[in-house]
Ligand binder design. Structure first.
Ligand SMILES: Nc1ncnc2c1ncn2[C@@H]1O[C@H](COP(=O)(O)OP(=O)(O)OP(=O)(O)O)[C@@H](O)[C@H]1O
Length: 385
């Protein structure tokens, strides 16, 4: 990807400073500028996003969700730089989640550990294994690869919250960029998911029931510019894609957006602006909920103690999974794990329940002995339905 930008054939003066030689064609607007002006506009745009949206307050402790990838590496570098340059007065900590993906996350965490040394920032690592007693490798071998992004997404969101809570930090910043956001708008639009569409461009969010807010300082930063910045600044980042398949529909939306971007570079920002200015009529939201009736619902019949609505998982026609939200009540705690949740049972526990049941079934299927049925009964009895 970087190769497209490394040596642009530009033999003219920078359109910004008009003194140095132009070396970069900005992916965002195709402006031909010198390296120094590129650093300046890129950093200043992020600073403006932070200031205009009042993302931080002096004295605030902020955790950077650090995956070792390009986005979060550039985010940690730039936040440290801007904090010193503009005196935000924030304290920055790196927070990494080890999902347990051998050959991918172990390598990227090695990068984060080097970043910790390079940027002299504290680092906290929280693993799925310690929180859930499952690694993503175990989840995929039990539940298959198809819905791996759903499991990983739910667990990571909660793990970032739990990691931040452990550090007594209320604010996690992530490296989600303009491309990610435009993709999400497109996906929700194409799916007709009007409820999500309205929220998809919000710069600061929090899960219902959680005191931990999440923000995206790269909301307006193009992925290509982030890569370019990391490349010119020689930042140390991990560039391998996750070993498990990306969410199928997101991949399609990404492809569509890349094609649109090739014709019209501003389309990424334009899609975000469209999303920001979208106002929905209340009546239409209600109609939308009726339209998205589940194609298939996994429902735990054994749950006699809880309202079954909380345990529904909808499998959409595109193979993606959505969990039933039930009624939101702020300040609730999950009845199983005790962690903050807007539902009686948090999403992570609902997924874990399905995984445990699946694991028991797999054990039985692989068990050729005659007392297999009795063993299954005993295993199911041990599960905390
Ligand atoms: N294992 C992790 N630990 C901590 N934060 C994470 C982890 N995985 C993702 N994040 C956060 O979520 C953001 C979006 O992650 P995602 O995997 O969707 O995108 P990405 O483009 O690959 O990001 P990156 O280049 O930073 O890896 C990351 O930039 C990072 O801030």
């Amino acid at each position: 990807m970087v190769e497209n930008f490394v040596k642009p054939k530009i033999s003219q003066l920078c359109e910004q400073c008009h003194s140095r030689k132009a070396q970069v064609k900005r992916p965002k607007n195709l402006q031909k500028i010198c390296k120094e002006c590129f650093y300046d506009v890129f950093e200043t745009e992020i600073h403006n996003t932070i200031v205009n949206n009042k993302l931080f307050y002096p004295g605030e402790r902020v955790a950077v969700g650090a995956s070792g990838g390009k986005d979060s590496t550039v985010l940690a570098y730039i936040l440290k730089l801007l904090n010193e340059r503009y005196n935000y007065g924030i304290e920055i900590v790196l927070l990494s989640i080890d999902e347990g993906i051998i050959g991918y996350r172990d390598d990227s965490l090695a990068t984060v550990k080097r970043n910790q040394q390079q940027y002299q920032l504290p680092l906290e690592i929280v693993s799925y294994k310690e929180l859930y007693n499952w690694t993503m490798d175990e989840i995929v071998s039990c539940a298959g690869i198809r819905n791996s992004c759903t499991y990983c997404g739910v667990f990571r969101r909660q793990a970032l919250d739990r990691g931040a809570a452990k550090l007594e930090i209320n604010h996690v910043v992530t490296g989600h960029n303009a491309d990610d956001m435009a993709e999400t708008v497109l996906m929700n639009l194409l799916r007709g998911d009007v409820a999500r569409l309205e929220k998809s461009t919000t710069i600061m969010t929090s899960s219902a029931g959680s005191p931990i807010k999440r923000s995206k300082p790269f909301k307006y930063s193009y992925q290509k510019e982030i890569v370019l910045y990391a490349h010119y600044k020689k930042l140390d980042y991990f560039s391998t894609e996750c070993s498990y398949a990306p969410e199928a529909f997101r991949g399609t939306a990404r492809e569509l957006m890349k094609n649109l971007e090739a014709i019209r570079p501003s389309c990424i920002i334009d899609i975000i602006h469209s999303g920001e200015n979208l106002v929905l009529k209340e009546k239409k939201i209600k109609q939308q909920f009726r339209k998205t009736s589940p194609k298939k619902v996994i429902n735990n019949e054994n749950d006699k103690h809880h309202d079954n609505k909380h345990n529904e998982i909808e499998i959409r026609p595109d193979g993606s999974v959505s969990l039933n939200k039930g009624g939101f009540i702020d300040g609730n705690r999950c009845e199983r794990c005790g962690y903050l949740s807007s539902n009686k049972i948090c999403k992570a526990c609902i997924l874990l329940e399905g995984l445990e049941a699946n694991r028991a079934k797999i054990r039985l299927d692989n068990d050729t002995s005659s007392d297999g049925a009795a063993k299954l009964t005993r295993t199911l009895e041990q599960l905390s339905f």
